[in-house]
Design a protein around this ligand. Structure first.
Ligand code: ADP
Ligand code: ADP
Length: 228
């Protein structure tokens, strides 16, 4: 489902952010990506959703080698893959409903299907009653719940999250984790870069630790493993 083979990434400034990464993540797994700042976590997951291309090696998503994929095929990949960011990245002038519906409007889904599907995902994240509000009228935790709704509205097989609780207080962080667990229970693969030691050590999942652009640990039910 997600497979990396001998992946190497050197940025134009000479920094090597991935130094020989090989890994397989199966359908339905829940994986935390941990490691010190600058270790290469973001680069690792950006290569999964084709935000960065490896300098060499292969990244295979659902059987497709995305390193040799044409630019025109990226939108198709993004439909199989939901992405959630630390800073939400909601469109400020669109209301909650419109933010979530956007991905379906782009692919010209039928309006009735859009409405039904958006309502379903807003219900899942508990924010159906706020669908007419603008992002600026919501708390951080609520904005993140909307961005998760947006990421799954296409029914992707994989959701990738880069520090999704990084801007949230502990209470909101646990709420967000409940939603990711629910999404995972429904069969979606979840890959989450995080610095949240308490979450990693409490909701035990597979832990991949990246250090110096390499996989330093890969343990099912592993712990966070760093101080501070
Ligand atoms: P992490 O997510 O673990 O903090 P990153 O993948 O963001 O790590 O960064 C890994 C290394 O690559 C760091 O040294 C960082 O400064 C560098 N880096 C990240 N993105 C870029 C970029 N676009 N251009 C140059 N260097 C980058
Ligand atoms: P939290 O402590 O959970 O992050 P906040 O204190 O930021 O939440 O917000 C609490 C409630 O107030 C939320 O339901 C949110 O929708 C509402 N709210 C926050 N900021 C605004 C705003 N600028 N305009 C309207 N409603 C707001």
């Amino acid at each position: 489902m997600i497979s990396m083979k001998d992946v190497y990434k050197k940025y134009p400034n000479g920094v090597v952010a991935a130094n020989g990464i090989s890994v397989d993540i199966g359908q339905g797994e829940f994986v935390y990506v941990v490691g010190p700042s600058g270790a290469g976590k973001s680069t690792f997951i950006k290569m999964m959703y084709s935000e960065e291309k490896p300098t060499s090696g292969d990244v295979i998503i659902n059987g497709k080698n995305i390193t040799t994929m044409k630019k025109s095929q990226i939108p198709q990949l993004r439909r199989e893959l939901g992405v959630v960011f630390q800073d939400f990245k909601l469109l400020p002038k669109l209301n909650v409903f419109e933010n979530v519906a956007f991905a379906l409007e782009v692919i010209e889904e039928h309006p009735k299907v859009i409405k039904k599907r958006v309502m379903e995902v807003l219900d899942l994240v508990g924010l159906k009653h706020k669908m007419r509000m603008l992002p600026s009228e919501l708390s951080g935790g609520e904005q993140q719940r909307i961005s998760i709704a947006r990421s799954i509205v296409n029914v992707p097989s994989i959701v990738i999250a880069d520090e999704p609780t990084g801007n949230l207080d502990p209470e909101n962080s646990w709420e967000i984790m409940k939603i990711f667990e629910e999404i995972n229970t429904r069969g979606t693969t979840v890959v989450m870069a995080t610095h949240n030691r308490e979450i990693v050590n409490t909701i035990r999942k597979r832990v991949i630790a990246i250090e110096g652009g390499m996989i330093a640990r890969d343990i099912n039910g592993g712990d966070y493993g760093y101080e501070g």
